[in-house]
Design a protein around this ligand. Structure first.
Ligand SMILES: [Zn+2]
Length: 340
């Protein structure tokens, strides 16, 4: 678990908003190569790695891209207006520190602030609806005009990455932005490492894929050509309202906003958790889709399921628990060890 958390910490330290994921892809490529695997790197950015050849091929995916934003325009006061990358709630980013990446390689720090930030100046602005018009990105540079900000090399289309604020508490909670889906990517890398060490011995063909552009809906579009009988998207489980998922458990998604998951493979996930005594729940996720839908729409012919640790406050400042990650890892290990 300690090693998996260290991998997660390293993944979190690499900004990878959808559309700027190369550095994170290269980190995963280097990790897999250092284990002795020969991962492939698609032109679009997906990292694909066969960790075992064999019958009943299984494809397991996690996505490396995260929510983020791009610069929409430079404002007359020198601050930036943003355009969102992925589906987040503007309330969830106010006061967050960010990094602005220019196309010529400069990185500037900044903060998302209300346009009426000071309580002593504007009094109570708590009723103001948060949006790209009422929030702005305040650069940590001496600029009070559009000209000065543009002279820094910042222009529309530059990438904005939010600080993840990664923390592991003594009680085992992991708090960070982007646990969706870097927690799953860390689990897949741990599986690869265990295969390399011989502590995990697959009894079937296994391919791991680390996708990008999942957050905007075309992550696994090219994976339809990967030979597989079963595809498992490892992605966060939803927590809240009438859902039963929790951070310490594995969530098995029976249906999301796209529709139901493969009945037999989903039932198989339930049976495996029951047999192994892994705390789990099945749930339906009202506003959610995973990489399986993308691959299926592109032409994949396989059974498909979606499993992962419960993640509280998804697409905001998220939280999961080490036990949820451990349970997910155990379930996936059983999937590669045992064909049922
Ligand atoms: Zn996700």
């Amino acid at each position: 678990m300690q090693r998996m958390l260290e991998t997660l910490r390293e993944l979190m330290a690499i900004d990878s908003p959808t559309g700027m994921t190369r550095a994170c892809e290269m980190y995963v490529m280097d990790q897999l190569k250092s284990m002795g695997f020969q991962p492939g790197h698609e032109r679009k950015g997906t990292v694909i790695c066969s960790v075992k050849e064999g019958d009943h091929p299984l494809l397991i995916t996690a996505h490396l891209d995260t929510l983020g934003a791009v610069v929409r325009s430079v404002k007359s006061n020198g601050c930036l207006r943003f355009s969102p990358l992925g589906g987040w709630n503007p309330n969830a980013i106010e006061n967050e520190n960010v990094r602005v990446y220019t196309r010529d390689g400069k990185v500037y720090t900044a903060t998302v602030q209300s346009v009426h930030a000071s309580r002593h100046v504007w009094r109570d602005t708590s009723d103001e609806k948060r949006s790209d018009e009422t929030l702005e990105i305040v650069l940590d540079e001496r600029t009070r005009s559009a000209e000065t900000t543009k002279a820094l090399g910042i222009r529309a289309g530059d990438m904005i990455a939010f600080e993840p604020r990664f923390q592991v508490t003594p009680s085992g909670y992991i708090k960070s932005r982007f646990l969706d889906d870097k927690a799953s990517a860390a689990i897949l890398l741990e599986m690869a490492r265990r295969v390399q060490e011989g502590t995990l011995q697959p009894e079937r063909g296994v391919t791991l894929a680390f996708t990008v552009y999942e957050e905007i809906g075309h992550g696994a579009s090219s994976l339809f050509s990967v030979p597989c009988e079963d595809m498992i998207a490892v992605d966060m489980g939803c927590v809240g309202d009438d859902l039963e998922g929790r951070e310490e458990w594995v969530s098995i998604c029976a249906k999301d906003a796209v529709g139901p998951y493969d009945y037999d493979l989903t039932t198989e996930m339930v049976r495996r958790c029951e047999t192994l005594g892994i705390p789990f729940t099945t749930d339906i996720y009202p506003g959610y889709s995973s990489d399986t839908a993308t691959a299926l729409r592109a032409g994949l012919d396989a059974r498909f399921a979606c499993v992962g640790m419960g993640v509280y406050a998804s697409h905001a400042y998220e939280r999961t628990h080490v036990e949820g990650m451990e349970g997910t890892l155990r379930l996936l290990e059983d999937c590669v060890k045992r064909v049922i």
